[in-house]
Write a protein that binds this ligand. Structure first.
Ligand SMILES: Cc1ncc(COP(=O)(O)O)c(C=O)c1O
Length: 272
């Protein structure tokens, strides 16, 4: 879901640059969690084709988006192309023990057949982590948490759209399931490096975070203009409602901050 500006503009910019960028690349990584970049399925499939034509492997990072957060088991399942590698973490153990994994496609496994393949780590295959992984997968399926994340996504999407349409300090909302980004209005003429300095003296995301904290809501700024909302998909609707009310009030306070306001049309920037 994209609200607030033309999603195709940043998608096209990234895709148009991809053939040149990937010409001598061994691989490229996609991560839909960080930075508010949520390509649509057509974008993902087109990028996969460009990668294949350049003979560059596609590594999809699902450390954040894996295991139901987008309302599907994995974010990449939105498209029809499939990655060569999928990196897993976080949700793999639901945080109850350290655990990560790298999944290889059949063609990568075939390419490695007969090759020497050895990795070593003190904690590999640790019983506690393996038990945590098994239990997590069982609970996600038994408690229908993926379906729940999808339903929460519908609810959150509707509420965030309302917030985006009523608060001038919100320029864009993007996300699905329980992974969302809010983009806030700010002086678009500043480069990201300049903004890093500005963050120390009160960038919009830092201001919003402090307004929300006063209301008992902990927000994570993502750069000077981004706010990352990563809800546990076990969140009750009562707690979610309290969080959204606190966010609404905090945005009202941010709307009144002269520093964060820019004329319409100048907000945002290319996040691709
Ligand atoms: C998208 C993403 N990928 C990878 C990592 C690193 O994962 P790990 O600590 O399991 O190696 C993180 C965060 O810590 C992340 O947010």
């Amino acid at each position: 879901v994209e609200e607030g500006r033309d999603p195709n503009s940043c998608h096209r910019t990234a895709l148009d640059a991809a053939p040149d960028l990937l010409q001598d690349a061994a691989a490229f990584v996609t991560d839909y969690g960080s930075g508010g970049v949520y390509p649509c399925s057509a974008h993902q499939d087109e990028l996969a084709e460009i990668g294949r034509a350049a003979d560059a492997n596609w590594l999809q990072d699902e450390a954040i988006t894996g295991f139901g957060r987008t309302g599907r088991w994995f974010a990449f399942q939105r498209g029809s192309e499939r990655p060569d590698f999928v990196a897993l973490g976080k949700g793999l153990t639901a945080g109850y023990a350290p655990g990560g994994a790298l999944v290889l496609s059949e063609s990568i496994v075939a390419a490695l057949d007969g090759q020497r393949w050895a990795t070593f780590s003190t904690w590999r295959g640790h019983t506690l982590s393996i038990e945590a992984i098994s239990a997590t997968l069982r609970v996600i399926a038994d408690d229908e948490l993926i379906e729940r994340a999808a339903a929460l996504g519908t609810l959150i999407s509707a509420r965030l759209k309302e917030l985006a349409s009523t608060h001038p300090s919100v320029t864009r909302i993007v996300g699905e399931g329980t992974v969302w980004n809010l983009e806030l209005a700010g002086p678009a003429e500043l480069s990201l490096a300049e903004w890093d300095g500005a963050a120390a003296i009160g960038a919009p995301s830092a201001l919003l975070r402090s307004f929300a904290l006063e209301r008992g809501l902990l927000l994570r700024p993502l750069g000077p203009l981004g706010i990352w909302l990563l809800l546990p998909f076990t969140v009750s609707e009562t707690v979610l409602e309290r969080a959204l009310v606190a966010l609404d009030e905090s945005l009202t306070e941010l709307d009144a901050e002269p520093k964060s306001m820019v004329p319409a049309g100048q907000a945002g920037g290319d996040t691709a």
